[in-house]
Write a new protein. Structure first.
Lengths: 393, 139
């Protein structure tokens, strides 16, 4: 039974967007609006809340089809700028993963390794329109006789280039410290010994999945901002987990939900897909994602009004516990504290640093807002919602 | 024992003095340990040499004076550290590495700021910035 005071449909909101009358605000702006007007009035006034996140998302990559060659080749092994791509799919298809490292990289043999080039950089070079050296090997068949093929290509020469990221936009994430006595180099950045610093990584109150903690609106087929273009949520992401501890406000207190995202790489921009070299850890890709949240009722707007003070990250020791697979939380901190630059843990003040860009997250929320206001971006009703816990549980 | 002092410097040669054995004299006459960080010295042409010098503060100052008196341009390495704003994504990953506060976050805009006056030239950020936005330009 619908017991909401305000109830809108996707169709109604889209009609307003087309007429240029929709009221769109960012996930930061909605906080004050709900505080001043209350949920019901806010839900009446506002139609869409835009979110954003920009951070290292290792579980990213692109399917590429480089078109048939003559003579034809059935590619089994593929390299792009000497970075291996996965060739175990059809003849001229491959998948370049964000974390693949260039051949002959010294890796961590001189620790910490620099990881100067890899899949994330190939993806950035592709979207930037740069020339890429494609090298292919096949074993030769009657229908695909060629065994070797080499060519310099740009993204425009590829038949298809589809960004498909199996896990993005983590709903909340760990805060990392190091309780051991040596400096460690992790995917959460450098962590100095004896808890000298703490690194965290999400855009908190701006983060897409923290603004819809029960996936009331986010689902398969939701149109999103992805890498600077319009993309879609394809599925729940790998490791998606809704059975987590939550705060009073329904917000998970630890890493929880995820999404898989898909979009046309040819439409994306190197401003929002940036190759990354993480010292001592490896190669990755910064990905920019923004999800619009339709204000269908006052309950949804209440969730979008969540603020950094009320979102907590669990603190884990990456020195001993985490690598041993025995991670247990050693404390928690709100994103307000984390973003202030200092947290307190075991009576000690610790400097904090983010790993994801709040600045760019905010920019994404604004761009998405602009797209919707201009009528260039319509909301899509999900075909199926992403599995989630029940409100109040 | 006097406390050790250590600084990274960049020396710029001109064509006239490129053949002088200056590094050798820094070590012999001023008892300075050196580590060559970067060298581009071509015979009979100008060049640039980046050194990590360690010794007593007194000897360090005398060594620097000697270099300047020989007609060389000497400056701290920090002057060569720059940030490529086109590549910086303002992620903040560098903040944990930078011990001088040269890299900091502006809480109002959440932009990462680089203040080259506070930079010591330690160069840690150059490899630590995942987007490779921090650069050393020896030009
Ligand atoms: S780590 Fe690099 S990209 Fe990130 S804020 Fe620092 S300089 Fe900019
Ligand atoms: S060179 Fe060292 S002091 Fe200068 S900005 Fe980089 S980390 Fe900070």
């Amino acid at each position: 039974m619908n017991t909401h005071a305000v109830s809108k449909t996707y169709q109604e909101i889209n009609r307003k967007i087309k007429e240029g009358k929709a009221v769109v605000v960012t996930a930061e702006e909605i906080i004050d609006i709900v505080e001043k007007k209350g949920e019901v009035e806010a839900a009446r006034t506002v139609d869409v809340v835009t979110t954003g996140t920009f951070g290292l998302m290792c579980s990213s990559g692109a399917f590429l089809n480089f078109g048939h060659t003559s003579p034809k080749i059935k590619a089994t092994r593929v390299w792009l700028n000497n970075v291996p791509a996965y060739g175990g799919i059809a003849a001229v298809d491959c998948y370049i993963g964000a974390t693949a490292v260039v051949e002959d990289d010294p890796l961590n043999s001189i620790h910490p390794g620099e990881f100067n080039y890899g899949g994330g950089h190939v993806i950035e070079d592709l979207v930037a329109g740069n020339m890429i050296k494609l090298r292919v090997e096949g074993y030769g068949t009657d229908c695909y006789p060629a065994r070797k093929y080499e060519k310099s290509v740009t993204i425009h020469d590829l038949r298809d280039a589809i960004l498909f990221n199996p896990r993005n936009a983590y709903q909340n994430y760990n805060c990392a410290v190091n309780m051991s006595d040596r400096t460690i180099y992790t995917y959460m950045g450098v962590l100095r010994p004896m808890m000298a610093n703490a690194n965290y990584s999400t855009s908190g109150q701006l983060s897409p999945l923290l603004n819809d903690p029960y996936f009331l609106t986010i689902g398969i087929g939701t149109r999103i901002f992805l890498g600077g273009a319009q993309g879609y949520i394809a599925w729940q992401g790998t490791q998606h987990n809704w059975n987590v501890e939550r705060g009073q406000n329904g917000v998970p207190r630890e890493g929880a939900g995820t999404i898989a995202a898909i979009g046309n790489l040819k439409e994306m921009s190197p401003q929002w897909l940036v190759g990354a070299s993480v010292l001592g850890y490896g190669v990755s890709l910064y990905v920019g994602i923004g999800v619009p949240i339709p204000v269908l009722n006052e309950e949804i707007v209440r969730f979008t009004a969540v603020k950094d003070d009320d979102i907590y990250a669990q603190i884990y020791d990456y020195g001993v516990d985490y690598p041993n697979g025995a991670a247990k939380s050693v404390g928690e901190a709100s994103y307000k504290e984390l973003r202030s630059g200092k947290i307190k843990l075991n009576g000690k003040k610790i400097d904090t640093a983010p790993m994801s860009s709040y600045y760019k997250a905010r920019e994404i929320a604004y761009i998405l807002k602009e797209w919707i206001e201009r009528g260039d971006f319509l909301l899509s009703e999900p075909h199926q919602l992403i599995p989630s816990g029940k409100i109040g549980n | 024992m006097e406390e050790k002092y250590s600084q990274k410097i960049v020396i710029r040669y001109t064509a006239e003095i490129v053949d002088q054995p200056i590094v050798c004299r820094l070590a012999r006459d001023y008892d300075l340990d050196f580590n060559i960080l970067h060298a581009r010295v071509l015979p009979k042409r100008e060049g640039v040499l980046a050194l990590d010098l360690t010794g007593t503060k007194k000897n360090f100052d005398r060594g620097i004076r000697y270099l300047k008196e020989s007609g060389l341009r000497v400056e701290p390495l920090s002057k060569s550290v720059t940030r490529n704003l086109d590549r910086c994504v303002h992620c903040g990953a560098c903040l944990a590495f930078c011990s001088t506060g040269a890299l900091s976050i502006d809480p109002s805009t959440m932009q990462v700021m680089f203040d080259s006056d506070r930079c010591s030239g330690c160069s840690i950020c150059v490899k630590a910035c995942p987007a490779r936005a921090m650069e050393i330009n020896f030009l």
